[in-house]
Design a protein around this ligand. Sequence first.
Ligand code: ADE
Length: 220
Amino acid sequence: MPEEITPILAELDTYDTKEYANNTYYLGHYHGHELVIAYSKIGKVFSTLTATVMIEHFGAEVLLFSGVAGGGSADVQVGDIVVATQTVQHDIDITAFGRQKGEIPGSKVFIETCQRLTSKLKEAANTHGIALKEGVIATGDQFIHSKEVKEMIVKHFNAQAIEMEGASVNLVCHELNIPCVILRAISDTADGQAVDDFPQFVEKAAKQSATLILSLVRLL
Ligand code: ADE
């Protein structure tokens, strides 16, 4: 969402914009790194497109994903920040043919993120006095706003956070050998309260996530 990249753009002195595949890509420099910044638009299809364009068209060598998510397991609350160790597509269901929930033939249920970047991110968070939570981030093409659905996802995948883009971005990176980190600040708890909480907390959560991503860039 635009709210998720505005705080990043605000930190750059100048940047160019390039239109590609109906999206705007912002090209700038930050602490000796060339950055390509875009919001992916919502959902797995758009985020797959955006990640692929960043890598294949703009030549991105590392992908850092920042944004907001619904909280997963009970100890993850609004304001917490979660980094993915693994991602899963919670809405993939070919169980009718004996596959596990989340499994796509030729791929894996859980896909690891880059351990080196995740460690660096934890280091960056420490400098802000923030202890990151880490674990599985579950992705699907639904905004989850029901206790029952959330509990199913959490129980099945042990998800720390639930959102709509991380697994597709991480999958693109995994298939193309690009190191990837997925960071999410919690804007709601994906239950009956989510529709009220999300608009209230999205901006603050997005800013927290963006601040940490830029701190990570400074450490690279
Ligand atoms: N992103 C932020 N909150 C979310 C939720 N409850 N479900 C899916 N994606 C989200």
